[in-house]
Design a protein around this ligand. Structure first.
Ligand SMILES: [Zn+2]
Length: 94
C-alpha cells in the first residue's frame, strides 16, 4: 500500500527556513482477525531518519521525521519524492 505524506521541516539545518516535502510511504498491511482490542489501539509514532535536500542551498541534510503506524499497517519504506513549496523563498519576496 502506497501513501503520500507531506512533511514539514521547520528548521532546516542548512538555511534555517521551512520546507515542505512530499514523501512516499510504503506500508505493509497486516491482515488479522478483528478483535475488540483493535478498536482501542492507537497509532504509534515511528521516528525515521531521512535525507532531504534544502531547495535554497541545494545541499543534503539529515532529518528525523515522525510518522504513525498501527499493528495492521506497518511502515515498510519511506522515500522523499521532492520538495513541495519553498516557504523561505516566499517570505523573502514580501
Ligand atoms: Zn533549507
Amino acid at each position: 500500500m502506497m501513501e503520500e505524506v507531506k512533511i514539514e521541516i521547520h528548521n532546516c539545518p542548512i538555511c534555517g527556513g521551512k520546507h515542505t516535502y512530499d514523501l512516499k510511504v510504503e506500508r505493509t498491511v497486516v491482515l488479522k482477525a478483528f478483535t475488540m482490542n483493535d478498536l482501542k489501539e492507537r497509532p504509534q509514532p515511528v521516528r525515521l531518519t531521512q535525507i532531504f535536500i534544502c531547495p535554497v542551498k541545494n545541499k543534503k541534510f539529515q532529518a528525523t521525521i515522525k510518522l504513525y503506524q498501527d499493528s495492521s499497517s506497518i511502515i515498510k519504506s519511506v522515500k522523499v519524492k521532492g520538495v513541495l513549496q519553498d516557504e523561505t523563498e516566499k517570505q523573502s519576496r514580501r
